[in-house]
Design a protein around this ligand. Structure first.
Ligand code: F6P
Length: 510
């Protein structure tokens, strides 16, 4: 049988060939709100660059192991702003083995605040994750209108200008690869400046149906759909998102013709292809990292906390991740099965996120209080039922994923959820994946996981108990199938399909 290493090597060689062919045609420009490196100011006033976080950044950064790229991103932190000011245009990102040229988009702080902290995260993110409690929220007042005009529209235009300036660097218009909900208007803005550019927009988060989009005023939702359709390819994580997007275009774009079979939208004489590319992880890179000394050290310290059954969860501290309901399910499990006391532990790794949005702060406070209440209810000097690690520590999270018996991934809704892919790949104990059917990853992995409806507390308790009592042979079979599926459709698969489709656009245009 082929060794794991040569399997990965062959895969990477094939991908490398696609990258070479692509580069022979045009350069690649990537654009996203957050860039590959976060710069912070140290107390002595110097700059420190740290690898950026989040699924999008991790996935795209691994892309640059194979292909040099120019990455246009907003100057988010004070450090980013200082560097952008000092260095002017483009800088080479300080990442070993990666050829990334970073170009910052700098907008006034008040514009960025309206863009990120009023429009993108509280409003768009909440719509796209079905998070509003509609009898009460949201109420779109003047601040939201201003955030649209003075934030979202302006930042998208600034991105388009920066992309066009970068594109002018050599004679050939590059491939443009745009990311996420921050940049829905950018395709049309870029198209005006670079009419021939092959543009692909990839949305990392779910796309709701038209009724839920109607939380946004008509002119905003129409403009979003109109402008994103100026891309050649509009893409999502799952087929469900594709279907919802097509229906939205049919409803919101007057005169558009939508072909549900071919998955295309024709509007204003422009044909847009709509498709899905499930994002994944750098399986080869992660396997190497999981075996590193750094991860081993964390594994040693975490193994002190292990019990016969170790349940692990890893999330951004984010309401859509459904952390509170996950804790409640664990509480119910302990109440119903006292025999499990002292034999089970829940290790929750929560990465601080979006503290500037008040709902995130209250959500985090509430979940920490709930964890303490559960510890108070069942725990004693010998046993603490939940340990919460509230920090951004990737190596520690990977170490925990190596030793889980159960990985709980129960988001209310999620574009993909890369933890559901990282966990089974690095796990060493034939652990069971308990997975929300509303995570994008469920489309690929649901068959080998224990599926749950995320609001179904009772169902989650039963799934946890089923995982605890699952026969070893079944666990082994499921874990192996998960690993195989994740290795087959890894990050190279995600990128390869997109690059091929972009090249096809480019050839049609020549
Ligand atoms: O899922 C979309 C996404 O862009 C992820 O890549 C990432 O985990 C998260 O949102 C990042 O959010 P932020 O940049 O606001 O921290």
């Amino acid at each position: 049988m082929e060794s794991r290493q040569s399997y990965f090597d062959k895969k990477q060689e094939r991908f490398q060939e696609v990258c070479q062919r692509m580069l022979a045609e045009r350069r690649l420009i990537v654009a996203s709100n957050r860039g590959p490196v976060d710069y912070s100011l140290t107390p002595d006033g110097s700059l420190r660059g740290q690898r950026g976080g989040g699924g999008l950044v991790v996935a795209l950064s691994s892309c640059s192991r194979f292909i040099p790229l120019t990455w246009v991103a907003t100057a988010v932190s004070e450090g980013d702003r200082r560097l952008a000011e000092e260095a002017g245009g483009r800088i080479r990102a300080p990442l070993p083995e990666q050829e990334i040229y970073l170009r910052f988009v700098v907008v006034p702080r008040s514009v960025y605040h309206r863009f990120y902290s009023v429009f993108c995260n509280p409003l768009l993110w909440f719509i796209q994750h079905y998070m509003w409690n509609t009898p009460r929220t949201p109420s779109l007042g003047r601040a939201v209108y201003e955030a649209w005009e003075q934030g979202y529209v302006r930042v998208n235009q600034a991105f388009a200008r920066a992309v066009a300036e970068e594109a002018g660097e050599d004679g050939r218009t590059p491939f443009i690869f745009l990311h996420d909900y921050h940049l829905y208007l950018a395709p049309a803005e870029i198209r005006q400046l670079l009419p021939d550019a092959p543009i692909l927009h990839f949305t990392h988060i779910p796309w709701p149906g038209p009724r839920y989009w109607s939380i946004l005023p008509e002119f905003m939702r129409r403009e979003i759909h109109e402008k994103i359709c100026a891309a050649d390819i509009v893409s999502f994580q799952t087929m469900r998102d594709v279907r919802d997007f097509l229906v939205c275009c049919e409803e919101f774009l007057k005169g558009a013709s939508v072909d549900h079979r071919a998955c295309t939208v024709t509007h204003d004489d422009w044909l847009t292809r709509v498709t899905y590319y499930p994002i994944s992880i750098d399986a080869a890179g992660l396997s190497r990292f999981a075996g590193s000394r750094e991860v081993q050290r964390y594994e040693e310290s975490l193994s002190m906390l292990r019990r016969e059954i170790t349940i692990v969860r890893v999330d951004r501290a984010e309401p859509s991740k459904n952390i509170i309901r996950g804790f409640r399910a664990y509480d119910n499990l302990l109440e119903r099965y006292p025999g499990l006391h002292r034999h089970v532990v829940l290790l929750a790794f929560l990465v601080p996120s979006r503290a500037e949005v008040s709902l995130y702060r209250t959500y985090t406070r509430d979940l920490l209080e709930l964890a303490e209440a559960i510890n108070g209810k069942y725990g004693d000097d010998e046993w603490r039922p939940i340990h919460v690690f509230y920090e951004d520590n990737y190596a520690q999270a990977i170490a925990a994923m190596r030793l889980y018996d159960i990985l709980l991934v129960n988001p209310i809704i999620d574009g993909m959820n890369l933890v559901a892919k990282e966990g089974p790949l690095v796990n060493t104990r034939d652990g069971v994946l308990v997975l929300s059917e509303m995570a994008g990853a469920h489309e690929q992995l649901g068959e080998y996981a224990l599926s749950i409806c995320p609001t179904d507390l009772e169902g989650t308790v039963r799934a946890l108990y089923a995982a605890i009592t699952m026969p070893a042979e079944e666990k082994r079979r499921r874990a192996a199938a998960l690993r195989r599926a994740i290795q087959e459709e890894d990050i190279t698969f995600w990128m390869q399909r997109q690059f091929r489709d972009l090249m096809a656009v480019s050839r049609r245009r020549q």
